[in-house]
Design a protein around this ligand. Structure first.
Ligand code: MN
Length: 477
């Protein structure tokens, strides 16, 4: 379990009795924030650190936070006055996300009783302005949230920022297995892996697909049998793929690929992966149901060597921890351009995550229109309707840009009876033309992450933490 540290700033000017009150208040607020995050299903604790009242204490707490793998980030506020110079040496050494919580212990003022002792204990109105000056001068990437610490709107903002901090924490240790290289001649799925590791921490490790094929070949028959039982329990398996069906061997091969992929990723500590249909070596099918089920279990995936989207799918799944609604790799595939009712039909060759399915997925086998291997097994479904956000990473060559667009996933106009892949239909906000023009102008890729539980705000907070340039195509309709 990871922790956020609530660091309460003060100074020694007021004497030990005041600092004791500050500590008591800080502990109370930390406990309340801790409770609010657990209520929201976040596996994150909030610990009070402080009050910090000198430059040495502040520097030490910043260094400790930076060195602690379980510390997700700092929440800072100045209960009393905390002179900005005492923060500078600590802030320049801080390597963790920072939320400035501009709050005050008491909600209402006890107007008739206010004396100067009260004023000096509860002075974050100007103490936090002094702290914010230090944050601004040190150019600390930060999110600022103002309001009473019990206000549901403040707690919702804390929830969102904590999710972004979890995403950053994941990026910092994320390892992505890249089976084969990039789809030949495609540019957008390329990128500077060194820059990505410097900026986001993620490591991309390349493997010849032969190494994966060997692990697939070694998969135990019992493991394959277990997966076949899971398929039969979880999906509507097509008659030809059932136990006595004429294409049962295809399902068995698909399960063997899943078993091998899982083993490879688990053994290597990978939480995301890519493949490409152009480089399958001895794999007899392009991984379809395997990639889909791994995504449903929280793995990141990107097709055609797209390690950036694989990372983003994983980060999104971590940020959505405990929230209902699915998150998937996605591609803008084809349009309905009926004037005034334009829609995107999103899908991929196979690899759409069943976490967004509107009903029980069907498990089917069909030819892949491209490539030269056996027909791959896949899960087929239509995404349920609802508000969602698509996000993508664009490598500009001199840095990374994050793009986000709010969309409304809708029911298709008619059932897609002959479309043998998982898919989603959506209307981009604020309109098809505005969204597509902004996306294309910003260099937005065709591979994205589509997520129901994550709104724009969590992506904005993630971009802030990561120092990414951000293009928000539309917000709040
Ligand atoms: Mn693609």
């Amino acid at each position: 379990m990871s922790d956020l540290w609530l660091v309460t700033g003060s100074q020694h000017l007021y004497g030990p009795a005041t600092l004791a009150r500050v500590e008591e208040h800080g502990r109370g607020i930390a406990a309340a924030l801790d409770g609010a995050l657990s209520e929201r299903g976040l596996p994150v604790g909030v610990r009070h650190r402080g009050p910090v009242a000198s430059a040495d204490e502040i520097r030490r707490v910043c260094l400790e936070a930076t060195a602690d793998d379980d510390c997700l980030g700092l929440i800072v506020w100045a209960h009393t006055f905390s002179p900005a110079k005492s923060w500078l040496r600590g802030l320049v050494a801080l390597g963790k996300p920072l939320l400035h919580l501009h709050t005050q212990f008491n909600r209402e003022l006890p107007w008739a009783e206010i004396d100067m002792d009260f004023m000096n204990l509860n002075q974050s109105a100007h103490g936090d302005r002094e702290l914010a000056h230090a944050l601004a001068r040190a150019d600390v990437r930060r999110t600022t949230v103002a309001g009473h610490w019990q206000d549901p709107a403040v707690l919702a903002r804390l929830d969102t920022w904590t999710r972004a901090a979890l995403g950053w924490h994941e990026a910092q240790r994320l390892r992505i297995a890249r089976f084969g290289d990039n789809m030949r001649r495609v540019a957008v799925t390329e990128g500077d892996k060194v820059e990505a590791e410097l900026r986001l921490g993620m490591a991309v490790d390349g493997y010849g697909v032969g190494e994966l094929a060997a692990v697939v070949g070694d998969a135990a028959d019992e493991t394959v049998d277990e997966l076949l039982r899971a398929y039969e329990n979880e999906y509507e398996v097509a008659p030809e793929l059932r136990e006595d069906g004429e294409r049962r061997a295809s399902l068995r091969e698909a399960a063997r690929i899943e078993a091998g992929l899982r083993a490879f990723l688990e053994d290597g500590g990978f939480c995301a992966f890519t493949d490409t249909f152009e480089d399958l070596g001895a794999l007899r099918q392009l991984p379809g149901i395997a990639a889909q089920r791994l995504m449903a279990d929280g793995y990141g995936f990107g097709a055609e060597g797209d390690w950036k989207t694989a990372a983003l799918v994983r980060i999104a799944k971590v940020m959505a921890t405990g929230l209902p609604g699915g998150t998937s790799f996605m591609e803008d595939y084809t349009y309905d351009l009926t004037p005034g009712d334009e829609k995107v039909l999103g899908a991929h060759m196979l690899e759409v995550c069943p976490s967004i399915a509107g009903s029980r997925p069907r498990c089917e086998v069909h030819p892949l229109a491209i490539g030269s291997r056996d027909d791959p097994v896949r899960l087929v479904f239509t995404a349920h309707p609802g508000a969602a956000v698509v996000a993508a990473l664009f490598d500009r060559g001199d840095g990374l840009r994050l793009l986000v667009n709010e969309v409304d996933v809708v029911e298709p106009d008619a059932p897609l009876l002959r479309l043998p892949v998982g898919h989603a239909v959506w209307r981009p906000r604020p309109s098809f033309a505005a969204a597509a023009e902004a996306w294309l102008t910003a260099g937005g890729p065709h591979h994205t992450v589509l997520s129901f539980p994550l709104g724009t705000e969590v992506w904005v907070d993630f971009a802030t933490i990561a120092g990414l340039e951000l293009t928000e195509v539309a917000r709040d309709g």
